[in-house]
Write a protein that binds this ligand. Sequence first.
Ligand SMILES: [Zn+2]
Length: 381
Amino acid sequence: MSTTVSDSFFQPSYVVSRERLLASGHGLASRLGLTVDSRALAERGPEGETLALDFMIFGARHPRHALVISSGTHGVEGHAGSAVQHYLASRILPRLELGPDTAIILQHANNPYGFAFNRRVNEGNVDYNRNFLEHFDREKVSADYELLHDILNPPDLDAAREAQRWEEMQRFVDSTSLRHFQQVALEGQYKYPQGMQFGGHAPQAGAKHLLALVAQHLAQASTVIWLDFHTGLGEFGACELITGAAAGSDSHRFSQEVWNGAVKSASSGESLSTPLNGLLDRGIEATLPGQCRLAFAYPEFGTYPTDLVLRAIRADNWLHVHGDPGDATGKAISAELLEALRPDNPLWRRMIIEKGARLVDQALTHLPGVRRQGAVRASSA
Ligand SMILES: [Zn+2]
């Protein structure tokens, strides 16, 4: 695949991605069958557009076996996930035949607000992937987050004070470890609504929509394989498969079977990711019918070094609490966050498509009721 070809699957914005994916989906409807269930948020996008989760079910309306590909859990990271969805819609789905009990589902934009406004969090400054909890404890925060609160959430970006804060952060890393710092900064906290990594005080509208879609459309499922695409952790263009399921659990074992032993458990400390609170895959597993087998993985594609990505996320949080997204500083910070989570680099884009296609291919091999016409690998493109 040439880099130009893989570039074409990346879309310039949430709204263009949404419209094109819905159009491609309708183009496949007569061949595969299509049910679209769109759940809109109350908020509108930057151009006044609808912000919605679009659950596009190809094949069986009430599937027993389903592969779900979702994007945009972390808003702006949806550029990569949706590119894989566009690849699927144009290169893989047209070559599939599905049995009467099987469906392929594209869930576009779990967090459409973040995707549309170029943020990682949602409309409530909530990290959507820390929001899947049954009970919310408004005091839940680690002692070390409290200790680092003012450094992680600075009131200003004054150069001299910032230099001091980064020195202090470095001293914390030196006296503990980079991994511990990552844990503190990223695990999710529930005490500071304006702070980084806020997990919410209640289930967010988007999270409720996603679980309602699962409850409604996957009520008869006995096999669900699910990929939720992310970016920002790991080496440039490398991909790690992460699950929130504990190592050795049924779900982790089934994921290992599907992706050839490559899935790392965040909760068991095997992954580049440290353990995290309120993960989406935990919410999905709890919502699926009891007898359903779930193989779930977050493909996490690396972009830049962790400190650079963290700087961008931290600055974006400052911007939306203290700054002005419309001024020059605001625009520079938004551009920095976009680059940190969707590098403007043809090689990186190509790696997303090629590796994403391979993961989907492995999933299709384990999904009952799928017949493929000819090769579906990325190299055929
Ligand atoms: Zn993410």
